[in-house]
Write a protein that binds this ligand. Structure first.
Ligand SMILES: NC(=O)c1ccc[n+]([C@@H]2O[C@H](COP(=O)([O-])OP(=O)(O)OC[C@H]3O[C@@H](n4cnc5c(N)ncnc54)[C@H](O)[C@@H]3O)[C@@H](O)[C@H]2O)c1
Length: 719
């Protein structure tokens, strides 16, 4: 035994050959957390003192090699003063350099994931061999940072600058076979032969059959590109990366610039550049928001896992209504292994639903994500039906018929009679309170809301709504079912609009009021998209949702919360609705929709909608972008805060994830609570107070005011 630490050990396994094995004591995976780095340092120091050493094999005793650094430590680390963060980076890099500089050849035998720091680790050995299930990549830019343990230095020197830029800026991970093609792996061998193959390769290096010294030298030297090649590569990458990531996500472009600056440098200088730019990113608000989202997502996954322990088994589902939503839900369920009956009262609707499912599956087939067999299996797991017999043996029925409280209540009551006592009934209503729909049910404890978002296959969120009488077992079962469908469930309490629509409509009311006060909807859309970062501005979003849907839901919200959301007189949504401008669905809304020459949908501001808006809007006024953002966002933010204070949503983390996953709230802002924490609650209160005379939607709650006065944040200290 050369070294024994908490998470790794080193021992001689043959003459002169040592094996360093990662085997974390706690948890199921190896991570490069602070304590593992300390052990690694000690292990390498011990190896440096072995005069008999001829070669080093590195392996993992877990199912994965190293999944990366420990992201739960990130926010704490990134909040350190710059010098301390720099010292942590330097220390980690000294360890990796010491491994790279060992006097003997080194090889990593990679099983499963080698991501982030794990990928940077294997780059610091001379050789790399993987099994077919190995997955390798540098996902750091997805968290708003970039590799900081030498990834931007070693990867371009191992697989070439263009490939390295692709790996690092996309953050994708690559299967073993692909990684081998890139030159990241020297060989791919069956899992059971991994260790033997690695040892054989190491022997070849020891006996100089493999020239490991020149590989090592390449990693210590400037990039092997001449000036013209380098200029071409980096300029081309910069253009592409800026266009793709946009101005709100600085990490990918910073990584490219770092690699460009370091192209002519040796390892020491190149690592210094990496450290400098890494720190700039790590201490940015964007990194804080994106790491926060990752941690929140982990928290939600943990909650879903806990719920599944108390859940009923759901092996057969049914969906009522084969419309946009019902069809999508049936497809999603079937494609994740839970067969679904799709019941409608209309044969044509059933055909449409099946066609939609086929279209989605065909796309996946074309992209090579599934094969014909899988497609057939999924399609046959959707069972269209016009009668109730088909749903008798279902474990859950998800109701997705038209958004009409009377029809819904009647349908749900009818369904309750057709299914067994154990069957859960859930409604996909967007706005109608669950307790209201449960009124005439004989088993209200088996009923809850299960609110999907459109398009179902793409939107990650499902709101699971607890009615007054819903049992915990029902909630846990629906949470587990949603998670099984590949969705992220968030449990919320009951009220009109639940959480997501309750906070979305104040934003729309802010929008219509802004138009009334003379703003141009095209400019508002532009600012909310380009500057705030929403995927669609409010006018465009209303057109996509459907002005008729927005009009109806707006009325439900106004009657649910009249003290804040009722309006006097007609607004822009009413005017569009009355003119039958229902949005994208009939080609006319705020915008007019046509197809361009390639048949792609195209939207143009329509003079006719300006004419209509003139009826209710004041003279045009040029608002600044700050004014537009404030007038649009304050109503939403205040309502989000109210939902937390009223217990509609349980935590800032769940609220932020519901906003990001359900509405596309800009991830680089992390969600409303992260946004408030970043801005400072006192600054937000001061800003909102400037707009308080616009009405109750603009008035901050006493709770928020008190938190601001106490200098608190919503997330507290993390990491
Ligand atoms: N479209 C969205 O963006 C969206 C998003 C979230 C939630 N929702 C909610 O989902 C529900 C469905 O919306 P949609 O957009 O899919 O509507 P849709 O009009 O596309 O589909 C409704 C379907 O229900 C069928 N139907 C009507 N009465 C029925 C009955 N008694 N039994 C069985 N089927 C019946 C209709 O034939 C139709 O096919 C609504 O409650 C809506 O508020 C919609």
């Amino acid at each position: 035994m050369i070294y024994q630490g908490e998470n790794l050990s080193v021992r001689y396994i043959a003459d002169g050959i040592a094996e360093l094995t990662f085997d974390a004591k706690q948890g199921s995976v190896n991570k490069l957390d602070k304590s593992t780095l300390v052990s690694l340092d000690e292990a390498i120091t011990a190896l440096q003192q072995q005069s008999a050493l001829q070669g080093l094999l590195v392996s993992s005793a877990k199912d994965a090699f190293i999944v990366g650094a420990d992201i739960t430590e990130f926010l704490g680390l990134f909040a350190l003063p710059e010098q301390e963060l720099a010292a942590w980076l330097t220390k980690a890099n000294d360890i990796f350099n010491a491994l790279e500089d060992l006097a003997v050849p080194t090889i990593s035998a990679i099983n499963g994931y080698a991501l982030g720091g794990g990928c940077e680790f294997i780059l610091s050995t001379d050789l790399r061999v993987g099994e077919p299930g190995a997955r390798i990549g540098l996902p750091e830019t997805q968290l708003g940072i970039m590799p900081g343990f030498g990834g931007t230095v070693r990867l371009p020197r191992v697989i070439g600058a263009d490939n390295a830029m692709e790996w690092i800026t996309t953050g994708k991970n690559y299967k073993a076979a692909a990684a081998q093609k890139f030159g990241m792996l020297d060989a791919v061998v069956p899992a059971e032969k991994l260790r033997d193959a690695a040892l054989a390769m190491l022997q070849d290096a020891i006996s100089e059959k493999i020239d490991w010294q020149s590989r090592r030298q390449a990693k210590l030297s400037p990039l092997a590109l001449n000036q013209i090649e380098a200029t071409m590569s980096f300029n081309c990458a910069k253009g592409m990366v800026i266009a793709k990531a946009g101005p709100h996500y600085p990490a990918p472009i910073t990584a490219v610039k770092t690699m460009e600056k370091a192209a002519r440098c040796g390892r020491t200088e190149a690592l210094a550049l990496e450290g400098k730019y890494f720190i700039g990113l790590a201490q940015s608000e964007v990194a804080q928001a994106l790491v926060g989202i990752f941690l929140n997502d982990q928290q939600l996954k943990g909650l879903a896992k806990k719920a599944s322990k108390n859940a009923q088994n759901i092996n057969q589902a049914a969906v009522l209504g084969a419309g946009i939503m019902g069809g999508g839900i049936a497809y999603q369920s079937a494609s994740r292994g839970v067969p679904a009956v799709m019941k409608d009262i209309n044969q044509a609707a059933l055909e449409l639903g099946m066609n939609e499912a086929s279209k989605l599956l065909n796309k996946q087939l074309e992209r090579g994500r599934i094969d014909g067999l899988k497609m057939g299996k999924i399609l046959s797991a959707i069972n269209p039906s016009l009668n109730y017999e088909a749903i008798a043996n279902c474990d859950i029925v998800v109701e997705a018929v038209v958004e009409n409280p009377k029809i819904k209540a009647a349908v749900i009551q009818e369904v309750e009679q057709k299914v067994s006592e154990d069957t859960i009934v859930a409604s996909n209503t967007s706005t109608i309170p669950i307790s209201l729909l449960a009124k005439n049910l004989s088993r209200p404890e088996k009923f809850c809301g299960m609110h999907f978002f459109n398009p179902v296959h793409r939107m990650p969120l499902v709101e699971v709504i607890r009615g007054e009488k819903t049992s915990q077992e029902t909630i846990d079962s629906v949470v587990a079912y949603a998670a099984k469908m590949g969705k992220t469930p968030v449990v919320v309490n009951d009220c009109p609009g639940f959480f997501v629509n309750r906070v979305l409509f104040p934003y729309f009311f802010g929008f219509t009021r802004l138009l009334q006060d003379g703003a141009d909807f095209v400019k508002v859309d532009k600012i909310m998209e380009k500057q705030f970062g929403w995927p669609m501005g409010p006018a465009y979003l209303l057109d996509v949702v459907g002005i008729d849907t927005g009009h109806h839901a707006g009325a439900v919200m106004a009657s649910g919360f009249p003290e804040r959301m009722s309006k006097d007189g007609e607004d822009a949504i009413d005017v569009m609705y009355q003119a039958e401008r229902f949005g994208q669905k009939n080609g006319l809304g705020f915008y007019a929709y046509t197809k361009d020459r390639r048949g792609k949908p195209k939207k143009d501001a329509d003079p006719a909608s300006y004419d209509l808006l003139k009826q209710i809007c004041n003279e045009r006024y040029e608002y600044s972008s700050e004014q537009i953002i404030a007038r649009m966002m304050i109503p939403m933010i205040n309502e989000v805060v109210r939902c937390l204070e009223e217990g509609i949503i349980q935590s800032p983390a769940e609220a932020d994830m519901a906003l990001v996953y359900g509405l596309g709230f800009p991830p680089f802002r992390g969600g409303v609570f992260r946004y408030l924490d970043t801005m400072g609650l006192d600054k937000y209160v001061a800003l909102a107070d400037q707009y308080a005379d616009l009405g109750p939607l603009y008035q901050v709650t006493d709770g928020l005011r008190a938190k601001a006065a106490a200098g608190e944040t919503y997330y507290g200290k993390q990491g």
